[in-house]
Write a protein that binds this ligand. Structure first.
Ligand code: NDP
Length: 373
């Protein structure tokens, strides 16, 4: 059986600073000039939650030019010991979930990267914000828009930045499509078709438990459909209709298995999206405008991302997403650059749509209007 690891297949190529800098362009706004400025020091990062993705981020950070792993937050002493040796982490930079508030007085840590199960993000982000450190939080930002708003408010109150780990905003093929759309090369955007999912394995894992996952495929990878449709159109959806399909009510007793949904945008553009935990080989973004098209396939996994447009094959550099993301965020924080389009507010915009999708399903597929964030 294929696994999530197959879906998000690894990619081992490194990334140079130029490639990172080229991807530092916010999709919603005009593109700033790439930065060549290296900061006087690296961004000092602590990872909270040393699981599968935390491990991947730590390994990718070994190739970062502007960010370094200096601390960890873990509930598992054996992992603390192993990571301490592997990454040469000082004892004073090792925390548990109970001691994390003490991170406040630690000058070795600028930012905490929260990579714990979805439903813990709310609590963990607020803990870190209250300790006065910047926060990067994995997707989905929260279980719902209410939690996301509380997290943003806590970070604003503490005067710290909040980012969501939407690594594709630093991925060059994705950036190129966004850049072409911003440059008007597709003309008026008419339609987006995107899919994202995989066949989930182990029935006992936290991703199938509502209390830790918040939801199923929609929460885990459906957020890529929503975020992808938003960066493909450059607009915020104003309505959604959604349908849930469950073929295995035992395995998916607590969370959604497959969801299809449609979104409408102010310009009249529409998006058709599918997300699933029940089959592999889906992960495509297709964008149609009056003057052209773009297709990214695969569009959402670890890559290599591939694609083409009406002008031909996309030949952007292949990067390790997490290396590019961490160098890119370090550049924003240390060089005081404009934020990329992966702030807490961007995460909130996706959560508002998630709420509307679940509401539509509850109401038998009814069209739900989406409030402006
Ligand atoms: P894992 O289960 O592999 O790791 C989660 C870690 O969180 C655990 O190892 C543990 O670390 C910590 N943790 C704290 N409390 C709990 C708890 N009650 N139950 C389980 N673990 C707990 O999950 P992933 O690493 O796959 O996913 C973590 C987050 O990262 C999710 O939000 C997921 O959506 C996101 N993710 C993002 C990806 C991306 O491409 N952007 C890809 C994969 C995941 P410790 O033992 O150190 O305390």
């Amino acid at each position: 059986m294929s696994t999530r690891r197959d879906f998000l297949q690894n990619l081992t190529l490194g990334v140079g600073f130029t490639a990172v800098a080229q991807s530092l362009i916010s999709p919603a706004t005009a593109s700033p000039a790439p930065s060549k400025q290296k900061p006087a020091r690296k961004l000092r990062v602590a990872i909270m939650g040393l699981g599968s993705y935390g491990t991947r981020v730590a390994e990718a950070m070994e190739k970062c030019e502007m960010a370094e792993l200096t601390g960890i937050v873990t509930g598992t002493p054996a992992k603390a010991e192993a990571w301490k040796k592997k990454y040469n982490i000082a004892d004073k930079n090792i925390y548990t979930y109970d001691t994390v508030s003490q991170i406040k007085n630690n000058p070795d840590i600028d930012v905490v990267y929260v990579i714990t199960p979805n439903s813990l993000h709310h609590k963990h982000v607020i803990q870190v914000a209250n300790a006065g450190k910047h926060v990067i939080c994995e997707k989905p930002l929260a279980d719902n828009a209410k939690q996301a708003r509380e997290m943003i408010a806590a970070c604003n109150k503490a005067g710290v930045k909040l980012y969501v780990g939407y690594r594709l905003h630093f991925e060059p093929h994705t950036r190129e499509v966004i850049s072409m759309r911003e440059g008007g090369e597709f003309g008026k955007i008419m339609f987006v078709d995107n899919t994202c999912g995989f066949k989930i394995g182990d029935p006992t894992q936290w991703r199938l438990k509502k209390a830790l996952a918040g939801g199923g495929a929609l929460m885990d990878v459906g957020v890529y459909n929503i975020n992808g449709a938003r960066y493909a159109t450059g607009e915020e959806p104003i309505w959604v209709t959604a349908q849930e399909i469950k073929t295995d009510p035992v395995k998916f007793k607590e969370v959604d298995e497959t969801i299809t949904f449609q979104m409408g945008f102010p310009s009249g553009a529409i998006a058709n999206c599918s997300t699933t935990y029940n089959f592999n080989h889906i992960g495509r973004l297709y964008l149609v405008g009056e003057k052209g098209f773009a297709e990214l396939d695969p569009a959402f996994g670890y890559g290599p991302i591939k694609g083409r447009t009406h002008k031909g094959e996309l030949k952007q550099p292949v990067v390790t997403h997490q290396t590019a993301q961490m160098d890119g965020l370090a550049d924003c924080i240390l060089n005081n650059k404009p934020d990329p389009n992966m702030t807490g507010v961007e995460g909130l915009k996706d959560m508002v749509v998630v709420d509307a999708i679940y509401e539509s399903i509850r109401q038998g597929g009814k069209k739900i209007n989406i409030a402006k964030v």
